[in-house]
Design a protein. Structure first.
Length: 199
């Protein structure tokens, strides 16, 4: 009964089924549910939402352990900018965007921007093979049991893979890309959030 109840809770938040995330791979049709009248939508590889500082919700809090065994806590990154990318190895748009994410990670590292991946499907072997193939150097947290997705419920709730979030200096979601990133859009989001911190 306890397991059944937990599954119902996860299902109700739209985060239970990994298969639901898998079938959403590359789909941007459901991204509109994140949009608001104040959001700036940009057509491209994915549905893009930018959130003005006054409209941002509470800070995002999630924890996990990387494939390398390192503990991660999003609260440790408050005061800087954090990019969160939800992915898995056999997702075609995840493979398409991987080199761009790594390039942007390298480009913005000296400005205090950190990257973290959340892998919703893979064991260590496939994840490591993907990272080696695409030269990914930032860590990822395995989440095949949807524990991290559950921590992100309500505030973030990514409903498509890949999904990329930009968290501001206060840990709040400032931007969201559902689907493969457009590198210029992600750079624009980061530049805007970094400028907020410098103001």
């Amino acid at each position: 009964m306890r397991t059944h109840s937990r599954r119902r809770i996860l299902y109700a938040t739209g985060l239970f089924a990994t298969t639901g995330l898998v079938t959403a791979c590359g789909s941007t049709d459901t991204g509109d549910r994140y949009d608001s009248e104040d959001a700036g939508d940009v057509s491209g590889n994915g549905v893009t939402t930018e959130i003005a500082p006054a409209d941002r919700t509470e800070p995002v809090e999630f924890t996990g352990t990387s494939y390398d065994g390192e503990r991660f806590d999003s609260r440790d990154h408050w005061g800087s900018v954090l990019v969160v990318n939800v992915w898995y190895a056999s997702c075609p748009p995840c493979r398409v965007e991987a080199p761009d994410l790594q390039a942007i990670h390298e480009e913005y590292a000296d400005q205090g921007v950190s990257f973290i991946g959340i892998n919703v499907r893979d064991s260590a072997g496939p994840a490591a093979a993907f990272e080696e193939t695409y030269g990914i150097t930032y860590p990822s947290l395995p989440d095949s049991d949807a524990e991290i997705m559950y921590q992100l419920r309500g505030q973030v709730a990514p409903n498509a893979v890949p999904t990329t979030l930009v968290l501001d200096h206060d840990g709040r979601v400032a931007g969201r890309i559902s689907g493969a990133i457009d590198p210029s859009i992600l750079r624009s989001m980061l530049d805007a959030v970094l400028a907020e911190g410098a103001a």
